[in-house]
Design a protein around this ligand. Structure first.
Ligand SMILES: *Cc1c(COP(=O)(O)O)cnc(C)c1O
Length: 428
């Protein structure tokens, strides 16, 4: 680090001892950073190969309107996703409004009244509770006669294979596997673990559909669950695969059979993939996918950096600074609301957008405690951009993710520590 870079940090409100402390930690991470870069390099080639194979060209960036018939940009982008994730086909659309919507389409398209949906990995992501009908909700799968069953993880976070074997029955049609821990403290599953689980399930019931909620996991490893028998992988374009450039969208990649049903469900029976105007968004979707491996690597470095800093200061961090990583989320248990608030204020004040805004906890609809959120994002709610949320309730954890560049993620984390030292919450 040059003296002028250090001076820049000092000018941006970082004190010398906070700066030195963080810099020391960063130096211990060089081996891990190299591994992250190697994964990114491989994934960059994987995406590039798919783009070249499909002869991506500027005609694919043209806008379609109305019905969107013959939108070759859209169709080619879907083939680029399919070739990158090694699936037969994919649905990649701005009309998939978010991750929850993409998952809802994948589920409702492939389940029929009388079928059972099964999660062998415990409770799914919060928003899916309403979709499935675990929490009563208008239009849930439950209202359409789809039942739901789950098997919880064992206490150490591993799969309860005995009970999984017992839970699979005649009605089991679709198995949903959430890769990321999301905003809980269970471990995130490696692709290898997911591969073992899928193999186990398919041995018991070969025709069951295995869907993986891949949110936050794309490009963290060199393989995806679709390389190991997942019939569908599903995610959001304002997370990893959008590379920070996609302004909206979701994807479902998988077998022809499953994805065709998804297209009929998203649009209308009989219409399917043929309609869906892209309104000029194609270029951002291609370019974001092209950048996604590098952007994901930057976010991963940020998560690791935060983990190492706060672990050193004695806080519980999940995952810790030596574990292998399978998603971009970092949880830190601070044990006090003041720490959570100071952390989020630090992240916010480091943002390129709305850095002057001071976040406060508020009673968000749907949450049982006030939540403080830090997000100074170019795209609303984008969590591949540097962001943090902290529910104000024990154990007073912060969930932190994203960063379009490693340098920005680094600055945000340093700033969070700066705020904490200024508030007298941490002494270095
Ligand atoms: C973010 C996320 C979702 C939902 O995505 P939204 O875009 O917020 O609707 C679902 N599952 C997991 C694991 C996620 O991280």
């Amino acid at each position: 680090m040059t003296e002028s870079t250090k001076q820049m940090y000092l000018q941006m409100g970082i004190s010398e001892n906070v700066f030195n402390f963080c810099n020391e930690i960063e130096r211990t991470l060089s081996g891990r950073f190299k591994e992250i870069d190697e994964v990114a390099e491989y994934n960059q080639m994987k995406v590039l190969k798919a783009m070249q194979k499909n002869r991506v060209s500027d005609v694919h960036f043209a806008a379609s309107t109305g019905y969107g018939y013959n939108d070759i940009g859209r169709d080619t982008l879907e083939q680029v996703y399919a070739d990158t994730f090694h699936t037969e086909t994919a649905l990649v659309r701005p009309q998939l409004t978010c991750g929850t919507h993409a998952l809802t389409i994948a589920l409702s398209a492939n389940l029929r009244p009388g079928d059972e949906l099964y999660s062998p990995v415990g409770k799914p992501y919060d928003t899916l509770e309403g979709v499935i009908g675990i929490r009563d909700s208008v239009g849930s799968l439950k209202e359409y006669g789809v039942s739901y069953r789950q098997t919880d993880l064992l206490a150490d976070g591993s799969f309860d294979y005995d009970n999984i074997a017992k839970a699979i029955n005649d009605k089991t049609k679709l198995v949903t596997i959430q890769r990321s821990k999301g905003y809980t403290t269970r471990p995130t599953f490696s692709v290898k673990k997911i591969a073992e689980l899928i193999a186990f399930i398919k041995k018991i019931k070969p025709d069951v559909i295995c869907m993986v909620d891949n949110c936050y996991g794309e490009f963290v490893e060199t393989v995806e669950p679709s390389d190991f028998g997942a019939d569908m992988i599903v995610g959001s374009l304002i997370k990893n695969p959008g590379g920070g450039l996609a302004p909206i969208g979701g994807y479902i990649a998988g077998t022809n059979e499953c994805i065709e049903r998804c297209a009929y469900r998203l649009n209308a029976p009989g219409l399917g993939k043929e309609v869906g105007a892209t309104l000029g968004l194609n270029q951002a979707l291609y370019q974001g996918f092209f950048l996604a491996p590098t952007v994901t690597a930057g976010a991963l470095k940020g998560a690791l950096f935060a983990s190492a800093i706060y672990e050193k200061l004695g806080f519980k961090v999940v995952p810790n600074s030596t574990e292998s990583r399978h998603d971009i989320i970092q949880a830190i248990d601070f044990g006090s609301p003041e720490h959570v608030i100071a952390f989020c204020k630090g992240i916010q004040s480091a943002a390129p957008v709305d850095s002057h805004v001071d976040p406060e906890p508020w009673d968000m609809p749907g949450y049982d405690a006030p939540v403080i959120m830090a997000a100074g994002a170019f795209i609303q709610g984008s969590s591949i951009e540097l962001s943090a949320d902290g529910p104000i309730k024990p154990p007073y954890s912060v969930f932190f993710q994203g960063g379009l560049t490693w340098y920005h993620a680094k600055f945000g984390i340093i700033k969070s520590l700066q705020k904490m030292t200024e508030a007298g919450l941490i002494k270095l």
